[in-house]
Design a protein. Sequence first.
Length: 977
Amino acid sequence: MSYGQTLDSRSIRSAIKESQGEFREHIDWSISGEKYETNTIKITNHGELLVLQTSEKLIRSLHSCSIQIVDSVLVVQSYNLKAKLYLRPTDRPTFIKLFASLLFWQSLRPRGIVNKRLSLPYETSQGTLSENLLVCSCKIFGQIPKNKNVEVLEGPSVPLFPDTNEGWFTAMVVLKSNGILELLGESDGSLLYSIDIKLLSRSEIREIHTSIFESSNYLFVGVIGPLRNETKFIKNSTRDLIPSISKENLKVSRIILEFPYRIDVEDWLVALSAFAKREYVGLDSSNLLRVPRNVSIGILEASLNEHLSEISGEFSKVYAEIHVWNTPWVRTSIIESSKNPFFRENFEFEIPFTTTKFHVVLKRALGTRYYLDDQILGYSTIDIATLNDETFNQETRIPLYLNNIQVGQFCVTINNEKNYILPPDNFNNFEQMMLNLDPKKLLRYVLKKQSGSNLEPISITLLDIFQSLQKENEWFSALIDEEVNKTSLGKTTMNDTSQLYNSLFRGNSILTKSLEIYNLRVGQEYLEKVVGKVITKIISNNRSTEIDPMRVNEPDESLKSDILEHNMELLLQYSEEIWTRIYNTSNDLPQQIKQQLIQLRKKIEMYTNDLGITLNCITGFLFLRFFCPVILNPKLFFLTKDHQTGEIKRTLTLISKILLTFSNRVLFGAKEPFMMGMNDLFIKKHESELIDYLDKVTGKKLDFTGKHLKLSSSIERTDIVLTSKTLLKELPTVPYLIDKYLRLDQLVDKLSTEFLDPKFIDDYAENDQEVEEDPESSQAELYKIGSLEFEKLVIKSDQEQSKDSQDFEFGSEEFIKNLLHTNESETIFNYMNSNSSLKDLIIEADRLSAKKSRLAAKLSSSETASDIDGLDSFIDDLLSTTIIDDQKSIHKTERGISGAKYLSSNSSYNVLRLKFLSEADSAPSIAPSARRFSKMIRSASINTMSSFGTITNENGEFVRLDSPKKSGFRKWLRKDK
């Protein structure tokens, strides 16, 4: 077909439709832009550009390539910047065909799951009135509204993207049903300014770690510029890098919200996230994976060399921060400096998988407070290679640099957990089976498969699942039965209670881990108000309570005796105060904890009629696993900002020892004679109170104690009402912000016979030199991923079937294909009764794992023409989202940018002014000299090269802008086939 001599939207559209990315013509080409060769250049249906005569691959993949036009030369660069080519067609029709082919491949995404990112905006309903979803009075840090009656308040220093004219003020915040967040003046209700939450991604609505403001009641809401650069192909010169998210105040790019209660943080995080852009990888809205990454990093210590002391001079205190996107999100406490400052702190945070590095920064503190301008003493970089290196799961030393000079080391541990999660509807069957399954069967199966002594991950996974399904009581019942049965195994009589007492709840088990996590989760606020106040007092007083004569360094025996007596009185006072607060708040103990205590007591009483053993088992759980760990290490439970040392640590240790001995209803003996004074002064004195307290919290007697604490659990929560139930499914559950589908996915991996190991997924197309197999020939292999054992499985009823009955077989290839192509979670197990068997659950886990494996394999591959569903619509979208900029660079962008030259408009092509050798009559060659042409290329400032974003620096070198941006027309790609 001839496209004529006119370069316009119509000719480009026709060329794209006919070629679908393929090209084969005789043209001039050059690698340097100076010396040209003439050959037949071919672009294959896989996006390879090669010389036909020699089969030399000049560019292995044209996906998301950069395109610039200089005169009649097309300058093309691969998305990974490894190949650059100058292509010079000799006539206009050839140029049109080549240009159309390059546009086609620029619009398709290359290898690697990271290159298949999709951002799904909130879909608003037209014509509906906006209503108030949530309303709260809170403290705001952000731009101070002008000409408004706003009082600027004192508040903590804010290290997160500080800006000018900002401060703390109070306001009524109102979230509307159209996704607009309004800030209203508390005095007159006037609008201060509003924020459009729909302009943000979910990663830009974040909890702020307790270490930043010494509270967990803060939310970050706003633009994170470096994060957006990670997820862009290009910098759009027509838009600000940090856009405003407010119509009334154009300087507003982010705010920080301080809420009265933790439950407010949970409610608002979920509600705000519902309106933000959802972050996925996928081919289209029907073939998606969510890829959360949870990083846990332990900072043990630093070792500093002499060079650091020379640079920084004398300094007395240091701390460490973790910087992501050039700002600190967590920090250690400030400690005394030495050559080996010891931190011993662990942090967990979630980052998008597009973020490939962060920094651990060592800073000098001027005192006991953090300041924005604290001196940086050095930093360590944690990159993607480090994150994926399992050797960092153990303590490892990483270099600490300052001005490119190594000044020391950090000793750290790093765990990087990444999951690939199917959309919620895929889990409908699995979730229903979990509701119907006997949890004891699941527990026994998991225990058989569990290897190693680290029970915390599987304990968290199962607890979160059953708690989000509101079946935690059934789960704890199964755990208690298993623990008691295991402990009772081998007893000769039911009353052989010594073994039960010595073993029950004293070891490391899924039950003990689950109870620890659960009790802290539901009892954190209670502990802060009951135990935290006394601990704060102890720290403030900072007085010795040492009662061991061997530890008191005083030669005068009379004076030493007075010191010991005074210390005993103070220690007793602290112990009395803590016990009194515990005893008097028996009715304030969270009901969820009481439910487990009631259940625990009933179970134990079924195995023994010895009241002493029953009470000791309960106190072993309540004091050993709940109260005493918090007293012993309040920093670990967020009750203090610093680790306690010296006299304070010793005081907390002694109090814990007293309460633990008291709870076990035994006396101090000759092993610790200095503690024996507490037998009469405390243990015997409160023995009857202890039994009374245990009877109340386990439901043995009615508790008429008044409530003394105002806990957020007693406050009625507002239901978050959204029109889309799917959106609510995708969000964490409230309370406690449990990511239910992350946990279900982790359980699927645990149960599946062939689960998908994230380590083997090609996220970043690191092995980009490999040539992909032909999709048609590799389809059969794709279906087999994760299904090696799956083909052997059959579904049977729990009862033994007769020989004449036929099993429902899953073995055929056709069945697996149909199963994996299902986009909606279909009811494929209708034959099951309400009591799902464990085998049913495993089969469903295999089905989900196989589907996830196949989709991950597909997303790891490059897109081709066969992935397009609706070619005409695809081309329409391509032309309406591709522009020519002032440097004649061709790149993807958003629709509707004022003044942009879109390829859908014929007038946009006028800037090209193309000239070809074939169009010159007898005139001298219009082609510039090699030297002049090369100079033109170098001087062209390619601001926005392609959907993978490259620019040229002053030396004419291509510089990549980190990461690819999603294409704007994913809806035209076919659903996973």
